[in-house]
Design a protein around this ligand. Structure first.
Ligand SMILES: NC(=O)c1ccc[n+]([C@@H]2O[C@H](COP(=O)([O-])OP(=O)(O)OC[C@H]3O[C@@H](n4cnc5c(N)ncnc54)[C@H](OP(=O)(O)O)[C@@H]3O)[C@@H](O)[C@H]2O)c1
Length: 372
């Protein structure tokens, strides 16, 4: 068996340490991928610094990470889509409560990935480019296509216009970059928000109109943009997005549904030495106020809301729709681009901590990537 190495979170709130790790073979419906690049998501540093409050089921030592790209080294029983040596990207789901497994964390040399959460990548696409996709793509897909969320038409290479318009609040985020493209490929017009520096970026991805989410008049302006259109619902990404989307959806005709990607509290100020329980207690009034005001406003206005859990598609047909039916051909034909662009912090698992720290500081339309 190959020897494995991982970027371990040895205990809650510790810094990452690189040490040897067991190699876990593929079981039924699984593949093992030798990772050539991994990328960092906000949930990685949030779990590192606030683990027991977010993913209470995690037992330390643990291996974090959702996004990987590399080559298949082993295929399990019942796997027909992949062969050894194939170049792929994968969404590793080790932190999902139903998996709860370090073998399925991305931040190591060899990761076990569910077959329905992986896709081949074109021969001319670098691992560093491909690895920006998985969690952002999955999260956007859960919000847009799951029947318990916006339940939009599925994406295809020949999208038929639906005549409806989707609001993606936070289009320049990693989740938003995927959501815009997926919605366009499903036949929807997209109106979005970002900072002015990213207006051209989100338009290139396909948004028809974009508004500055920091503008005092943004909610009014977006409502105006929806005049005469039928809203397909809203995907709320970023702090304050749920409240804004609720007001906009209320004022529009169409699907009264807000699918929410972002926690109502910020974890950005948490450090290694932070008292996490105190931090949480101090934010409790904000969380309670968010919960109560969202509940009251949505009930009175008859708007449905639901929080996204970005790995939930692994349990339903949306994973197949995205990772099997749509993505491989769409990447091959250039109908879907790997966005946002990768920013490579270094080569080697030793750079995972630097990557986590950089993502936590805040990024703009880039994905923090570590080459392996
Ligand atoms: N529920 C889930 O399963 C799940 C999964 C993945 C991510 N998420 C959440 O989704 C959000 C986005 O994650 P990500 O990885 O896509 O983030 P990201 O790429 O790291 O986000 C960076 C972007 O956030 C934008 N931004 C900052 N504040 C914003 C605000 N108030 N409203 C709208 N946009 C804002 C910035 O846009 P400008 O530079 O244009 O200002 C920047 O480009 C995070 O809250 C994350 O925790 C949830």
């Amino acid at each position: 068996m190959p020897s494995n190495t991982a970027a371990w979170l040895l205990t809650n709130r510790a810094d990452i340490e690189v040490e040897s790790a067991p190699y876990t073979p593929a079981r039924e419906n699984e593949i093992v991928i030798k990772n050539h690049a991994v990328s960092i998501n906000p949930i990685d540093w949030i779990t590192q610094r606030a683990g027991e409050l977010i993913f209470s089921w995690i037992k330390y030592p643990f291996i974090l990470g959702s996004d990987l790209a590399g080559e298949v080294v082993e295929v399990g029983k019942n796997v027909s889509r992949f062969k050894v040596g194939q170049r792929v990207l994968g969404h590793a789901v080790g932190t999902d409560p139903n998996r709860n497994s370090s073998a399925e964390g991305a931040f190591q040399k060899y990761t076990v990935v569910l077959e329905n959460m992986a896709a081949p990548i074109p021969s001319n696409m670098s691992y560093e480019s491909a690895v920006v996709l998985p969690l952002g793509l999955s999260t956007a897909a859960c919000g847009l296509f799951q029947k318990d969320h916006l339940a939009l038409e599925y994406p295809s290479l020949l999208a038929k216009p639906t005549g409806n318009t989707l609001l993606v609040w936070g289009g320049s985020t990693s989740v938003g970059s995927n959501a815009i493209q997926l919605a366009i490929a499903a036949g929807y017009e997209v109106i979005t928000t970002s900072s002015p520096r990213n207006f051209d970026y989100v338009k290139k991805l396909g948004a028809s109109q974009v508004f500055d989410y920091n503008s005092k008049t943004v909610v009014k302006d977006v409502i105006q943009a929806f005049k005469g259109k039928t809203i397909a619902g809203a995907l709320a990404i970023g702090s304050g997005s749920a409240e804004a989307c609720l007001d906009i959806v209320h004022a529009c005709n169409g699907n009264k549904f807000v699918s929410m990607a972002t926690f109502p509290i910020s974890f950005q100020k948490l450090t290694k030495g932070s008292n996490i329980r105190l931090h949480f207690l101090l934010q409790l009034p904000k969380i309670l106020w968010f919960g109560i005001s969202m509940l009251v406003k949505s009930r009175i206005r008859r708007i449905r809301t639901k929080s996204i859990f970005g790995s939930s598609l692994m349990n339903n047909e949306v994973s197949r729709v995205i990772y099997e039916d749509f993505l491989p051909k769409a990447l091959e034909e250039g109908k879907f681009v790997a966005a946002p662009n990768p920013f490579v912090v270094g080569t080697g698992l030793e750079y995972i901590q630097a990557g986590l720290d950089l993502q936590k500081k805040g990024v703009s339309a880039i994905k923090v990537v570590v080459s392996l």
